[in-house]
Design a protein around this ligand. Structure first.
Ligand code: PGA
Length: 249
């Protein structure tokens, strides 16, 4: 496969600065001979701390969200300018917790995508269906809709800075993983959607991560699939002991 594997840890709303610093140091040491592309996404409050630790290493710094506007009267939001200032390189957008708990819609996520790309960031666009949508046979339609709407107005020239993460909502934090076959089928479908939008070459180069209860025991089987190019890891990214074996699968 010509695509590089991309393994990302989403720390969600966990860790104080000192806890984040400890983990970041363990990962810098443990992954320095790792062969894949790596990223950690701490909470906003720990970004500056972790930034100083991962600087110069093979681990990119990610944020878990950003505002859809550059700056202004937006109480409680964090802007791309502020993220750039602390050394963030990549922004995770459209995570299912943002979509379903905080009611972010496709239009808002798309505005964030365009703003982040305009400011030079890489983005990870998360897509994925709910359990009832899967059971109703709508998994592909939901992923297509979220992909097409998320990428609206994004130029082909910006696509090399876009990663898509397929995260079936029913597999996140539940211990249930999609089978490698089921995940690969959706990944292949998402790639065909991107091919329709941007052409075969852009689709071939697109990194599509899988997310949802990824752990060391299931990583190799998932990554062996043709269309699975990495992982977005939540729970198992919170400890070096559980993340490093995934990152070095
Ligand atoms: P999980 O989370 O690995 O804990 O299932 C994945 C995610 O939400 O990105």
């Amino acid at each position: 496969m010509s695509r590089n594997y991309f393994i990302a840890g989403n720390w969600k709303m966990h860790k104080t600065r000192s806890e984040a610093a400890t983990l970041a140091k363990e990962l810098v040491a443990g992954l320095k001979d790792g062969k894949h592309k790596y990223l950690v996404a701490p909470s906003f409050t720990a970004l500056e701390t972790v930034s100083a630790i991962v600087k110069g290493s093979n681990i990119l710094l990610g944020a878990q969200n950003c505002a859809a506007e550059e700056q202004g009267a937006h109480t409680g939001e964090v802007s791309v300018l502020q993220l750039k200032d602390v050394g963030v390189q990549t922004i995770i957008l459209g995570h299912s917790e943002r979509r379903h708990i905080y009611k972010e819609d496709d239009e808002l996520i798309n505005r964030k995508m365009r703003l982040a790309l305009k400011h030079g960031f890489e983005v990870i666009l998360c897509v994925g269906e709910l359990l009832e949508e899967r059971e109703a046979g709508k998994a592909e339609a939901v992923c297509k809709h979220q992909t097409v709407e998320g990428l609206k107005g994004i130029s082909a020239a910006d696509m090399p800075r876009v990663t898509i993460a397929y995260e079936p909502v029913w597999a996140i934090g539940t211990g249930k993983t999609a089978t490698p076959e089921d995940a690969d089928a959706i990944h292949a479908y998402i790639r065909s959607v991107v091919s329709e939008l941007y052409g075969v070459d852009a689709a071939k180069k697109l990194i599509i991560q899988y997310g949802g209860s990824v752990k060391a025991e299931n990583t190799a089987a998932l990554m062996a699939k043709e269309n699975i190019d990495g992982a977005l890891v939540g729970g198992a990214s919170l400890k070096a002991d559980t993340f490093i074996p995934i990152a070095k699968f």
